[in-house]
Design a protein around this ligand. Structure first.
Ligand code: HXC
Length: 262
């Protein structure tokens, strides 16, 4: 992964952990069309690399995770068609990210606004730095969140809190974000904490974790009965893996399991 060159982001590999860093310092890491294209490329590289077991998404520098969609680019768009296409294109990349079969952790340093918060919402777990500021200020621009925010935020924290954030456009700090379930952890150094969380996950069965993600995500789109059926099907798949045999054998032998993802 390290060898691939990007203009607006950086993709690094540390053993089984990949770190994707959005890097457009002059625009507080705002998401341009080029950045979306590069995120999609990075996702493809990660998908093709069987060594990678977890991904951290973060922003370069201390000031911002991502300050939203690139407002300069947005302002050049005009009309129903262009807006709809911009939204669909961004949604597609967020969907690819959230569909990765490995744990994806957002390390939120500084501002995560608009499309930046939507990027964090497409991750599985969010770690906020103590200086983080999170919000969906689109209505201040005469817009609404367009990269999945109206849907993912209300599913995550409930519609009351989601509507409050979207209609007031207010920013919440790390403490309030933690209290409302918008982030999972707060730490002085978000990237370091995200690494710690990733490392704890990397000890677990990779197939089992991908099945957890699939059961939870597919279950969100269906009835309880439908979701329970999905769970039972995926449970059956998990029981047919070598990892399950290894996990139970290790428990009985009182040793650490060595999962192979088989
Ligand atoms: C383009 C941006 C930007 C953005 C900041 N910059 N955010 N450029 N798009 N989203 C640029 C500024 O223009 C400025 O460039 C430089 O980054 C530093 O930002 P400042 O504003 O000078 O910093 P500061 O005063 O500290 O304020 C920080 C901030 C503010 C509060 C984060 O930058 C801000 O409000 N940004 C916009 C946040 C926002 O509204 N995001 C939502 C976008 S809409 P110069 O050249 O002047 O130095 C969205 C919609 C998604 O995301 C859905 C679409 C379909």
């Amino acid at each position: 992964l390290d060898e691939h060159e990007f203009n607006t982001l950086q993709l690094d590999q540390h053993g089984p952990l990949a770190v994707l860093t959005i890097n457009r310092p002059k625009a507080l890491n705002a998401l341009s069309a080029e950045t979306f294209g590069e995120i999609a490329e990075a996702i493809d590289l990660i998908m093709d690399n069987a060594e990678i077991g977890a991904l951290i998404v973060t922003g370069a520098g201390d000031k911002a995770f991502v300050a939203g969609a690139d407002i300069t680019e947005l302002s050049a768009l005009d009309g129903v068609y262009a807006g709809r296409e911009a939204s669909l294109a961004g949604q597609d990349v967020m969907h690819q990210l959230s569909s990765l079969p490995i744990p994806v952790i957002a390390a939120i340093n500084g501002y995560a606004l608009g499309g930046g918060l939507e990027l964090a919402l497409a991750c599985d777990i969010r770690v906020a730095a103590t200086n983080a500021r999170l919000g969906l200020p689109e209505v201040t621009l005469g817009l609404l969140p367009g990269y999945g925010g109206t849907q993912r935020l209300s599913r995550l924290i409930g519609i009351g809190r989601a509507l409050d954030l979207m209609l007031t456009a207010r920013q919440v700090n790390a403490g309030e974000a933690l209290q409302m379930g918008l982030v999972n952890y707060v730490a002085d150094d978000a990237l370091n904490k995200a690494r710690e969380v990733a490392e704890s996950m990397l000890r677990h069965g990779p197939i089992a974790m991908s099945l957890v993600k699939e059961a939870v995500r597919r279950g969100m789109d269906t009835s309880l009965e439908g979701g329970l059926e999905i769970e039972a099907d995926l449970f059956g798949m998990a029981m047919s893996t070598q990892d399950f045999k290894e996990g139970t054998a290790a428990f009985q032998a009182k040793r650490r399991p060595e999962f192979k993802g088989e």
